[in-house]
Design a protein around this ligand. Structure first.
Ligand code: NA7
Length: 550
């Protein structure tokens, strides 16, 4: 599905044509973040509008409808914690929620908290300009609407700007092509089709087994072999769900006190402090239990290369054991980056899929994709006939959705220029030179390294308290002090450098998946709990590092 061309651009719409609508805050995006932001700001007595590009709410879960789409966090904690009634009444059906179930949940939230009346769907924000004299943001949509508000909050998601590779010939392809993050609502039939999937990240790894089961033939174009842990998905037993509901207070407290916002702690033992047999038994149990918790098996998997190698080797051995063809198994074996330095996928029968005789794996690192032809895809090693191409090629992560808007701060400075060498923020919440603009789960915050709803709630709560404080004190303007921002950027780089995370050359955490994007480790790797403490200290110290002016 191709991106919709904007119906209006900045140039088309003049102030004379359009009336401003004034509110206390404009929120961009109606996914997990935007919905809760609306709820909280409205709760503090503010008038709010949420501008949403999609024709429905849900953000990530509105767009990502590809086969097999499912969350890698477990349903019991990939959810809001702010309302006990909500968490008690909602029934999840599986250990990991499928996309339609999460979308239904978010729609339920929108109805339950009467959010829809302040959400405007089908409006993509194209520009946001700070009016220096008036201390207000002027916001423009592709439908030509203009909104004005003292506060602007972006809730645009970290993974919402599709990365579609610029492969020569794509426009002349006779078949259909899709990006997983812009999936047609009517669905796609693969029956009788020769399908190509490009990409073996979390998305490709979820979609590949499902597409393989339906297609006539599937060709997977793999650039980087990936580690993947079995999800071990299954129905959620009523007793298990009841137990979670009884313990929600403790579960939520635990989530807020951990490194990744999950309700479990990373083990304190180190990988090399136990015997080989003990270590294997620990990995085997974690493999059997399934899911992202595997990486919590030892304290030092992300800080010590030798420790990490034990986990990497364990997974490589499982791949060798699972995939029958030794050559294919070797192609699927990651050797160029340590486990979990790229976002680790979890899967349902991913490696097993390569044992099917209607699935072919193509190594496009060894033989790069050269072009799409009218009938398929050509790599340096040969041509593959295809009826359908699925790009599971990820996103222009974290900065893409923000830079997709023409954001202009004081003196007309653009966010694009401010971030020319990579994103710079203070706490991932604000950018120096862009007063009264808050970025939920912005670069420089833990965001994608955590269970997202946990990070989203923490940001939304902090922003709500901050804005309430400003309004009470008659403060018209808050902006990050450049020195505080520099110090935060330096700290963010320092904590990333103390881990193995920057070692994955092709990771989207580093922006390396998008040609020409600056290579900067974008999320805050110092842990969610430590980050939250810092945010709280900053607020308690009268918003230290921010300049407040009346
Ligand atoms: P990812 O994790 O960015 O994966 C994208 C995949 O597509 C990855 O295997 C890439 O290879 C591959 N890719 C990207 N561009 C190309 C080109 N031009 N040619 C060949 N292969 C390419 O995105 P996902 O959607 O899977 O997951 C995103 C997040 O969503 C995930 O981490 C979870 O947090 C949820 P590469 O590794 O860059 O060599």
């Amino acid at each position: 599905m191709r991106p919709r061309a904007p119906r209006f651009t900045v140039a088309d719409v003049t102030a004379a044509q359009q009336e401003h609508e004034d509110v206390d805050a404009v929120v961009i995006g109606a996914g997990f973040a935007g919905l809760y932001m609306l709820h909280r700001l409205r709760g503090s007595g503010m008038s709010v509008v949420v501008l949403e590009a999609g024709d429905g709410i849900g953000g990530t879960w509105f767009w990502n409808r590809y086969p097999g789409a499912r969350c890698d966090s477990e349903s019991s904690y990939y959810s809001y914690s702010f309302s006990d009634e909500l968490q008690q009444e909602w029934e999840w059906t599986e250990r990991y929620p499928r996309q339609p179930e999460i979308l239904a949940y978010l729609n339920h939230v929108a109805d339950r908290f009467d959010l829809r009346r302040d959400i405007r769907l089908g409006r993509r924000v194209t520009a946001a300009t700070f009016d220096d004299g008036g201390d207000r943001w002027e916001v423009l949509t592709d439908t030509g609407e203009r909104w004005s508000a003292p506060f602007l909050v972006t809730a645009v998601g970290c993974l919402s700007s599709a990365n579609i590779p610029k492969i020569p010939g794509l426009d002349a392809f006779d078949g259909e092509w899709f990006h997983t993050g812009m999936w047609p609502h009517e669905g796609v039939s693969f029956a009788g089709k020769r399908v190509g999937v490009v990409g073996t990240g979390s998305t490709g790894i979820q979609a590949i087994p499902v597409i393989a089961a339906e297609a006539d033939h599937l060709t997977v174009f793999q650039r980087t072999a990936n580690y993947s842990i079995p999800a071990r998905n299954g129905p959620l037993a009523p007793a298990e769900q009841a137990e979670v509901k009884r313990n929600y207070d403790a579960i939520r407290d635990l989530q807020r006190s951990t490194t990744n916002g999950h309700p479990y702690r990373i083990s304190e033992r180190t990988a090399l402090s136990v015997t080989d047999d003990e270590r294997d038994a620990i990995y085997a149990a974690a493999w059997e239990r399934g899911g992202l918790r595997f990486r919590a098996s030892f304290a030092d998997l992300l800080t010590d290369a030798d420790a990490n190698e034990t986990a990497s080797e364990f997974i490589r051995a499982r791949i060798a054991e699972t995939v029958q063809d030794a050559g294919v198994a070797e192609m699927l074996t990651p050797r160029d980056h340590p486990f979990a330095t790229k976002r680790p996928p979890i899967d349902t029968h991913y490696f097993e899929t390569y044992n099917r005789d209607d699935v072919t794996l193509v190594d496009v690192k060894a033989s790069p994709i050269e072009e799409v032809t009218p009938t398929g895809m050509r790599t340096a090693a040969g041509h593959h006939e295809l009826d359908t191409i699925v790009f599971a090629t990820g996103f222009d992560a974290m900065t893409g959705p923000l830079l997709g808007i023409d954001v202009r701060g004081t003196g007309g400075a653009t966010l694009r220029d401010a971030w020319a060498e990579g994103p710079k923020t203070y706490l991932g919440l604000q950018v120096a030179g862009f007063p009264n603009l808050f970025t939920i789960t912005g670069p420089g915050s833990p965001s994608v390294l955590t269970n997202m709803p946990t990070s989203i709630e923490q940001h939304v709560d902090w922003i709500t308290d901050c804005i309430a404080h400003l309004r009470e004190q008659g403060v018209r303007r808050i902006e990050a002090v450049p020195e505080a921002q520099e110090a935060w950027v330096a700290h963010t780089n320092e904590v990333a450098a103390a881990t193995l995370l920057p070692r994955a050359g092709s990771s989207w955490y580093l922006g390396a998946n998008v040609p020409g994007k600056p290579r900067v480790f974008m999320p805050y790797a110092g842990g969610f709990a430590a980050y939250t403490r810092r945010c709280d200290e900053v607020a308690a110290a009268g918003y230290e590092g921010f300049a407040l002016s009346r």
